[in-house]
Write a protein that binds this ligand. Structure first.
Ligand code: GLU
Length: 309
């Protein structure tokens, strides 16, 4: 049996809202219920979107809520050499190719089906460029990204702890996706896979918006000869407008709730109730549900769950 190791992986692009808190709470419960190890990783690769001070505020908010960790924080921005090493390995194995298409080119060529999650599916324009031509263009400094060549006949099968069986025969594989961006930085998929692999993460619990990412990350795990974690994608929390919570919504960050008088116990309790982990009128907090917690009892709710106020 693999040791239980989970992770928090916040992006320090603003204050944590109750949707982030809900995913973090479930990730923590699932690991702690089995006395596993929790790793804290700051996903600060998207430098233009990173806000100064945000990482510290997120750590404080998580602690306030009663969620702790054993290792880290580790910052992705300190790990560029690890992502580069993985990229070179993929390159040596012929699993990536340079792609000279702009985002506009991809959108224009894509009368092709969309990827789940509304991403434009890459139509494969640069997949089979003659190798000589690709070499000359990269040597000339033509702007390019690097894409992972998806060779699988279907999406990789896996058992999501919340959504059940995913992928497998009859499903379509993801399109070739970016692992290195125009500026040479690693893509989200590459960085997350390298990190989860090197940190020995056995279980990834995160929001439903990332369910379509799991297939790509599993393919990268296979190409890098690592063991993928078990995934559990949990319901997103919706604002009063029915749109999933984001930094745009007001009054729903952990800080705002705290400032308006909410206690950590109230917030954890409310989230547990929304997620079907605590009966109405039941008064236990995090510690109370810990000994009976099993992520598989969280109901899949792809349309999301409304926040109460
Ligand atoms: N950093 C991502 C986020 O905050 C999570 C990535 C992941 O869990 O794989 O949405």
């Amino acid at each position: 049996m693999r040791p239980v190791r989970g992770r928090f992986a916040p992006s320090p692009t603003g204050d944590m809202h109750v949707g982030n808190a809900s995913s973090a709470l479930l990730a923590w419960l699932s690991v702690r219920a089995r006395s596993g190890v929790m790793v804290m990783r700051m996903e600060d690769l998207d430098l233009p979107r990173v806000r100064p001070g945000s990482a510290q505020r997120i750590l404080e908010d998580l602690r306030w809520l009663g969620l702790d960790w054993d290792e880290g924080p580790v910052s992705q921005s300190d790990r560029f050499s690890r992502y580069d090493a993985a990229f070179q390995k993929l390159k040596r194995a012929g699993r990536v190719y340079p792609c000279f298409c702009s985002r506009k080119d991809v959108a224009a060529a894509a009368s092709a089906p969309q990827e789940p999650g509304d991403e434009t599916r890459y139509p494969g324009t640069c997949r089979d460029l003659p190798p000589g031509q690709a070499k000359i263009r990269t040597a000339n400094g033509d702007r390019h990204v690097w894409r992972f060549r998806v060779e699988a006949p279907c999406a990789p099968p896996f058992q999501d702890l919340v959504h059940g069986q995913q992928g497998g025969p009859g499903t379509s594989p993801p399109g070739d996706f970016i692992v290195r961006r125009f500026d040479g930085t690693p893509s989200y998929h590459l960085a997350v896979t390298v990190d989860d692999m090197e940190m020995g993460i056995s279980e990834v619990v995160r929001g439903d918006d990332l369910l379509p990412s799991a297939a790509r990350q599993i393919l990268l795990f296979q190409a890098l000869e690592g063991e993928p974690p078990v995934y559990g994608h949990v319901p997103l929390i919706l604002g009063p407008d029915g749109v999933r919570l984001s930094k745009r919504h007001r009054g729903v960050t952990v800080r705002e709730l705290r400032a308006s008088g909410w206690t950590a116990g109230q917030l954890a309790g409310e989230l547990l109730e929304l997620l079907g982990q605590r009966g109405p009128g039941e008064h236990c907090g995090l510690e109370g549900v810990l000994n009976r917690f099993d992520l598989r009892t969280v109901k899949a709710c792809p349309e999301g769950i409304f926040w109460i106020n």
